[in-house]
Design a protein around this ligand. Structure first.
Ligand SMILES: Cc1cc2nc3c(=O)[nH]c(=O)nc-3n(C[C@H](O)[C@H](O)[C@H](O)COP(=O)(O)O)c2cc1C
Length: 195
């Protein structure tokens, strides 16, 4: 099993999504011993925006970022909400993996996703809580990512939110603990080996 672990926070060790995405990967590995894990931290090491030259050369050169996504069975994404959507670093990654003829195709019957069969788990971090009615219509993160992955043919997409983090320092540990518990519920630990 190939696990692709993506982080996209600019906040380094202070990132909320980074330890949560790591927990999800740790649980997946416990469930699937021997899984191959590749970690792509586009927050710490941005991959750069897609350039006109790279776009023009598509099909003639191999893009390791695209190949890595295609080879993944499970993709775990740490996605901070910045200005009501994903970080621009994560958007740069999406621009590299949404490739006509590789992960989607336009057919006589409309667009067709070619990257199906993967499981995608997205862990978000948000200063505000999108459950608060005052933020109705502000969330361009989950709907956007769902659209992108649906377009690429991936139906199995799960979100875990750590949200409302900026509201009070006191509430923060409980918000993170709730997200951790959700991840643990999503990816159960294998039972201990019999003695
Ligand atoms: C540049 C920047 C923009 C942000 N914009 C938003 C926003 O639009 N809405 C929101 O709820 N939180 C916003 N936040 C708060 C982050 O979502 C919050 O800090 C969260 O922890 C980010 O995840 P991370 O800690 O893994 O980076 C922003 C934070 C930064 C640094």
């Amino acid at each position: 099993m190939n696990i692709l672990h993506i982080d996209s926070s600019i906040l380094g060790v202070n990132s909320v999504t980074r330890p949560l995405s790591a927990l999800a990967v740790q649980r997946l590995v416990a469930e699937n011993p021997g899984a191959n894990v590749e970690h792509l931290d586009v927050g710490a090491n941005p991959i750069g925006h897609l350039t006109g030259q790279q776009f023009a050369e598509r099909g003639k050169t191999v893009d390791p970022v695209l190949e890595q996504f295609k080879a993944a069975d499970v993709v775990v994404i740490g996605s901070p909400m910045y200005n009501w959507t994903i970080s621009s670093q994560l958007k740069a990654w999406i621009d590299r993996v949404a490739v006509a003829g590789e992960t989607f195709a336009y057919t006589a019957h409309g667009p067709k996703g070619l990257a199906g069969g993967k499981r995608i788990i997205v862990v978000t971090g948000r200063g505000s809580s999108m459950l608060d009615a005052r933020y109705d219509g502000y969330d361009h993160q989950e709907p956007y990512l769902r659209t992108v992955f649906r377009f690429l043919g991936v139906d199995d997409v799960t979100f875990v939110h750590a949200q409302g983090l900026a509201l009070s320092a006191d509430a923060r540990p409980a918000i993170v603990a709730k997200a951790k518990a959700e991840i643990e519920g999503l990816i159960p630990s294998p039972p201990p080996l019999a003695a």
